[in-house]
Write a protein that binds this ligand. Structure first.
Ligand code: CA
Ligand code: CA
Ligand code: CA
Length: 350
């Protein structure tokens, strides 16, 4: 039984279902349908940030009554938050300590407590971002330049294996694309192609167990995205979501968005390598009411049709949630909590 003891940062912007249908070519998009049936009994949103490196956990079971707790870490900045319920462990990639850090007994800790690193890995990385987990394997996308030439696109995927209290580096994959968000769909690793609106997949990714350079198995363009960053895949609903940060400089703090692709498997398979998945096959949320400037990570709850966003730019950083997405457009977030330099989100549901 988990209880969040402290209630703070409690800013709720009630959505009045203000949906402006845009006149773009997504008019034919299939609306996001929320299945009828039981909603989750408990939903927790784990978040990391690049402001103080602490872990903030929001109980988002009821978006009208959100509580939060903050757990203090020795990191100064962190990304790639993940939660493993079987061991009650939160994991993040420390951007100040440059390794994976796991914290046990997360649900037992009160808000405001300093937590110790219980599971640790070597400090191998340069600029760790998103973490994707498959079994005991923890893959971290590092967006530092890999070959000493900033003009060539590349990055590294660090593959760690968790055993006991250690994350052991198994091998490193060098990519010929710039990296940021990654997510597993079965044994295939999907990666956004940073600085573009493209999506790449590495099939049977973990079978690559040597230190090698690897090209994507397939790469497609997601029409409508200027520069993608965040990605999540929900297997229960076969839904893929990518974020669009637009201009990374955030001079315009609502130039971002996100795009939802339902029936993802068939749409992706029907798009040839190098081809484009059209805007008409997606639902896009963007506009001045969305507060989306630099949405850097995303999580999805299919049972309630809720999209959670780590927004790094608008207002200095926010955790945002949207539901009643329908056919998209300029939607006001249902949840809007300030979180300075928010960097990643992970949704745990039971
Ligand atoms: Ca390079
Ligand atoms: Ca932007
Ligand atoms: Ca994430």
């Amino acid at each position: 039984m988990k209880r969040l003891k402290s209630v703070k940062f409690f800013t709720l912007a009630l959505s009045v279902s203000l949906v402006f249908f845009s006149c773009s070519d997504d008019d034919n998009a299939t609306p996001i349908v929320v299945p009828s049936g039981e909603e989750p009994s408990n939903s927790e949103l784990y978040t990391s940030n690049n402001s103080d490196g602490n872990i903030m956990i929001y109980n988002v079971t009821d978006l009208d009554n959100v509580s939060s707790k903050s757990l203090l870490t020795t990191s100064l900045a962190a990304d790639g938050i993940y939660y493993d319920s079987s061991t009650d462990m939160a994991v993040q990639a420390s951007r100040s300590n440059l390794g994976l850090e796991g914290f046990l007994d997360i649900s037992l800790n009160d808000s405001g407590i300093s937590i110790d690193i219980d599971v640790s890995g070597s400090a191998d990385m340069e600029s760790p971002r998103e973490v994707a987990v498959n079994g005991n394997f923890y893959v971290v996308a590092d967006n530092a330049d890999a070959d000493g030439n900033p003009l060539t696109a590349d990055g590294r995927l660090y593959i760690y294996e968790k055993s006991g209290t250690s994350f052991t580096l198994r091998n490193t994959i060098t990519t010929d694309i710039k990296l940021w968000g990654i997510t597993f769909k079965g044994n295939d690793l999907y990666a956004v192609v940073d600085t573009t609106g493209d999506l790449a997949v590495y099939t049977n990714f973990l079978t690559n167990d040597a230190d090698v350079s690897l090209s994507a198995s397939k790469r497609i363009t997601i029409e409508g995205i200027v520069r993608t960053h965040g990605i999540t895949y929900d297997a229960s609903s076969d839904t893929m979501i990518l974020t669009d940060i637009g201009d990374a400089g955030n001079t315009d703090d609502d130039d971002g968005g996100f795009q939802v692709i339902t029936a993802f498997t068939s749409k992706f398979n029907a798009t040839s390598n190098g081809g484009t998945l059209s805007a008409s096959e997606q639902v896009r949320v963007s506009g001045s009411s969305t507060m989306l400037g630099n949405p850097v990570d995303v999580a999805y709850q299919a049972s309630t049709g809720t999209v959670f966003i780590a927004e790094a730019g608008n207002g200095g950083g926010r955790i945002l949630a949207y539901n009643n997405i329908g056919t998209g457009g300029n939607i006001t977030p249902t949840l809007n909590n300030q979180l300075a330099a928010a960097s990643s989100v992970y949704l745990y549901t039971e």
